[in-house]
Ligand binder design. Structure first.
Ligand SMILES: CC(=O)N[C@H]1[C@@H](OP(=O)(O)OP(=O)(O)OC[C@H]2O[C@@H](n3ccc(=O)[nH]c3=O)[C@H](O)[C@@H]2O)O[C@H](CO)[C@@H](O)[C@@H]1O
Ligand SMILES: C=C(OP(=O)(O)O)C(=O)O
Length: 419
């Protein structure tokens, strides 16, 4: 087992480059299943989740090759060998559910063992299935598994009860090869949806409206290979900005699409940080003391749930009381107990956390319970007095490439050690 050992108290300074977005590349990799031709992806982050997705694709018949040690990935699926995604990977990563749409569209069936709940909530897939059914698929259930089947999908209008990111992506993926036109209403508007649509259109799909609540997909009979550069990871960018703010530092985050992280910038500014857009990237200058601010997570363009834990870590040290409301996932406060162990004063009332700022956090042993909870604990450790040890790093590795090294280069006293 590995652990991160941090000594808090050093203000971070310097520049850090953000990689390609995990949540953009995972659906894009699923999209590669829709063609038998070569797809080349640039700025693919080398993350555990990407490796898991590549294992899933390999089992389905994809040939995968990284170009040297770069972030360029070449994939080709001459033939789909099976419509069954292996449980050993599906249970590790919920996004593997995104192969369902492409398998259904290209092969006519997909069978998946259900990933089940995870730390942040139960995460059902009813909206994905509702979408496939609207396109003519038959859904059948076995013990712990679901199968979707259809000869040729037919375009239809699908209204999503909630703008689910994954359901929007899965339906979009399936509808590209359907007969006729599909309209997704109340679609998710996240930047990762736009990136997926750009890639699919480069493959020959006919998608319009991505990034708005109504997406139109005119089905085509075949898709070809394409080349695409993945958008920068807005959550990694936000995490580093918080790292700068929580340590009283001054840093520049490179490779950021400012538009994508406006809600995070707005909250950091409310907390007293000075943020300037420069030619190099986003420059953050921390305030002398963080100010309390309220946060409510919402679908894009609202405040991202994937930044809630990191912001909470920062607000534990604010002057005053902050109220954080989580509306996207029902159980995304797993970091609270661990932050409390570091001296944070947080009360949970249903979906709301009341965070009373304290003067100081104290380093201790903590464990990552999920990806962003893990990031939040590292951030807290960077600001805490004394030594913090974070364990269960596999959660952090899902979504941050060389996290400790990048923080080290900003001056953080952090080391990854084997226990
Ligand atoms: C790989 C990826 O891109 N992951 C992101 C994606 O997850 P994911 O695509 O799983 O998130 P969704 O937008 O689908 O989920 C949002 C909410 O809708 C519910 N829901 C979803 C589908 C469904 O069929 N039924 C249902 O009830 C979920 O339980 C959750 O409460 O968007 C989330 C919300 O921005 C982010 O936190 C995740 O980082
Ligand atoms: C919740 C997240 O990812 P996933 O949907 O892959 O679990 C995340 O990136 O914070």
């Amino acid at each position: 087992m590995e652990r991160l050992v941090l000594t808090g108290g050093t203000p971070l300074s310097g520049r850090v480059r953000v990689g390609g977005a995990k949540n953009a590349v995972l659906p894009i990799l699923a999209a590669c299943l829709l063609t038998d031709q070569v797809c080349q992806l640039e700025d693919v982050p080398r993350l555990a989740d990407v490796r898991t997705m590549l294992m899933v694709l390999s089992r389905l018949g994809t040939e995968v090759a990284w170009v040297g040690h770069s972030h360029t990935l070449v994939v080709k699926t001459p033939r789909l060998e099976t419509g069954e995604a292996p449980y050993e990977y599906v249970r590790q990563m919920r996004a593997s559910i995104l192969v369902m749409g492409p398998l259904l569209a290209r092969l006519g069936y997909a069978r998946l063992t259900l990933p089940g709940g995870c730390a942040i909530g139960s995460r059902p897939i009813d909206l994905h299935l509702k979408g496939f059914q609207a396109l003519g698929a038959e859904v059948s259930w076995g013990p712990g598994q679901v199968e979707v089947r259809c000869q040729r999908l037919k375009g239809n209008t699908v209204y999503l009860d909630f703008p689910s990111v994954g359901a929007t992506e899965n339906i979009m993926l399936a509808a590209t090869l359907a007969e006729g036109t599909t309209i997704i209403e109340n679609a998710a508007e996240e930047p990762e949806i736009v990136d997926l649509a750009l890639f699919l259109n480069a493959m020959g799909a006919r998608i319009s409206g991505a990034g708005t609540a109504v997406i139109k997909i005119e089905g085509v009979s075949k898709l070809q290979g394409a080349r695409h550069t993945v958008i920068p990871d807005r959550i990694e960018a936000g995490t580093f900005l918080v790292a700068g703010a929580i340590t009283g530092g001054e840093i520049t985050v490179e490779n950021v699409i400012v538009e994508h992280i406006k809600p995070v910038i707005a909250k950091l500014q409310e907390a007293g940080a000075e943020i300037t857009e420069t030619a190099q990237g986003l420059q953050l200058k921390a305030p002398t003391r963080i100010k309390a601010t309220d946060i409510k997570t919402l679908p894009y363009p609202g405040f991202p749930t994937d930044m809630q834990a990191q912001m909470m870590a920062m607000l534990t040290l604010a002057e005053g009381t902050s109220v954080i409301t989580e509306t996207v996932f029902e159980n995304r406060f797993m970091h609270v107990d661990e932050l409390r162990r570091m001296g944070a004063d947080i009360k949970i009332e249903g979906r709301t956390a009341v965070v009373r700022g304290v003067e100081q956090l104290l380093g201790t042993q903590v464990k990552a319970t999920d990806l962003r909870a893990g990031a939040a604990l590292v951030l807290a450790g960077l600001a805490a007095r004394g030594e913090t040890e974070v364990i269960h790093l596999h959660h952090i590795d899902r979504g941050y490439e060389r996290f400790a090294e990048k923080l080290q280069r900003l001056g953080a006293k952090i080391n990854r050690l084997r226990i």
